[in-house]
Structure formats: C-alpha cells, structure tokens
Design a protein around this ligand. Structure first.
Ligand code: HPA
Length: 274
C-alpha cells in the first residue's frame, strides 16, 4: 500500500513533468466563489481527476480544477473547489492539494469560503478577514507520523494568520471604500448538518464570529509547511439563536454569488501588494 508521502510525491512529480510553472500563491476558492478562475491567464488547467491521488469533489456547488497561471502579475495556483470532512474524507485527504502545492514551492495561501455569521453585527455579504480560528472538526491533518522535511511535529499557532496580510487587506478594503469588511474568528464544524439554535449560541459563546465546514484543515497544513496565510469568509447568512431562521443551501449560494464581486475586488487589490 502506498503511504501518504508516496502519494504526495507522485502528484508533485506529475505536476513537475507536466509544467515548469512554480506557483508563489495558492488560492482556495470556496462555495460560490469560483468565478475568479476566469480572470487568470491560465498556463495549465487540470481537472482534479487527472492528477494522481487527488481526492474528487463530491459537492455539486464546487468546480474541481487546479488552475496554474498568472493573476495580477503573480504566479498563482487556484484550487477551484475544495474537499470537506463531511464528504467522508479525512483531514489529511482534504489537505492533499495544499501539501502538494507547498512542495511545488508556494509561500503564501489565501483561503476563502462561504460562512454563517454568528456575530450579530454581521449581515449577509459581510466579508470577514480571519484573525484566528477554532477547529471543531474532530480530526487533525497532522495526526500520525510527522514528516520532518515537511514541517515540525508541534507547529506553533500563536499567529496563524499573517498580521501584515490582515493589515494589508483592511487597508485595501478602505482604499476601495468597501463597507462591511470585518476581522473575526472562524470556527470549523464537521457538518454536514447545520447548526441548531443551541449550537449557534454555544459557538458564539466560544468566541467565534463565523461558522463553516471547511478551511481550517487546509490552514493547519499550510502553517505546518511554513506558508503565510490569509483567510476571508463571505458571510452568506447570519444565524440569530433567539430568532432562528432555516439555513437553506440555495440561499447560501445566492447570497455568496451576490457578494462575490466585492470579494473579488478585494482579492484583486490585495494580490499585487503581496
Ligand atoms: N453554517 C455552517 N456553514 C455555513 C453556513 C452556516 O450557517 N453558511 C454557509 N456555510
């Protein structure tokens, strides 16, 4: 049986054979945010199925392509669609593409997602820049033998999200006069069941401003690999435990799509400045 490291090495080797392109920045595009793919001067577009050992996306709201190309003058690797714990994957499997792209030489990662708002000051369309996170997914992608050449056994998470990139993003939002851009804490839950009112109250009391079912596993691997991390959530719905409304996927996607242009304008302002 192939061990995880062999599978990663095989995917890295495949990509090296396929192209000399070495990405500097990884962009992970979440639910309803894959439109950016069209703005890239693509060098290579690879469906996930074509890359050895890549997991396959089972969620219809996610495209499944790795795009290598130039955006705002930067060499980017765009993961158009991601994998989730609720699909049945382990956190290691979810983060396979991040590990592969880190080994290809990426030094920075920007992760995005659609999230539920817990902070009552948020509204649908709020963009939340990650200050920190809580991992409530009962798995860790670094569990098991540590591969020293990939990173340390006990990586430090005292400053997971790069201070300078947070400040830069807030400055870009101000320059663009984008309203409703906040800094906050993201909590990752396993899903796929959405939160009850009691869980919503609990997550808020834990200090979270937004909740979703992704992103944190990828961030853990990125930090382990020494990457600088920026996280942005598009808040698609705000959940008030005292006046709880049904959370409907179609509405999440529609609200995220509405906010996508704001998200993209922010990203396109931030990228050249990295
Ligand atoms: N909860 C969890 N995940 C989500 C939500 C939510 O309310 N909205 C978008 N993703």
């Amino acid at each position: 049986m192939k061990v995880y490291k062999d599978k990663v090495d095989e995917a890295v080797e495949f990509l090296r054979q396929r192209t000399a392109f070495a990405p500097e920045i990884i962009l992970v595009l979440g639910t309803g945010l894959s439109g950016l793919g069209e703005k890239i001067e693509a060098e290579v577009v690879l469906p996930y199925e074509d890359i050895p050992n890549f997991p396959h996306s089972t969620v219809t709201s996610h495209a499944g392509n790795l795009i290598l190309g130039i955006l705002c003058g930067k060499r980017v690797a765009v993961l158009q669609g991601r994998f989730h714990y609720y699909e049945g994957y382990s956190s290691r499997e979810i983060t396979f593409p991040i590990r592969v792209l880190a080994l290809l030489g990426a030094k920075t990662i920007i992760v995005s997602n659609a999230a539920g708002g817990l902070n009552p000051a948020y509204a649908p369309g709020t963009l939340m820049v990650f200050e920190d996170h809580l991992n409530f997914i009962p798995d860790n992608p670094l569990r098991g033998p540590n591969i020293e050449e990939w990173g340390p056994r006990f990586p430090d998470f005292s400053q997971t999200y790069d201070r300078q990139m947070i400040e830069l993003t807030m400055a870009c939002a101000a320059r663009l006069k984008l309203a409703h851009v906040e800094r906050g804490v993201y909590v990752a839950i396993p899903g796929p069941s959405l939160e009850t009112p009691a869980e919503t109250r609990y997550l808020r009391s834990c200090g979270a401003d937004a909740v979703g079912m992704s992103t944190v596993p990828e961030v853990i691997v990125a930090v382990h690999a020494g990457l600088k991390v920026l996280g942005i959530s598009v808040v698609s719905n705000v959940n008030d435990p005292d006046n709880f409304k049904p959370i409907i996927l179609e509405e999440i996607i529609a609200e995220t799509k509405k906010a996508e242009a704001r998200f993209l304008s922010l990203l396109l302002e931030v990228l050249p400045a990295i």
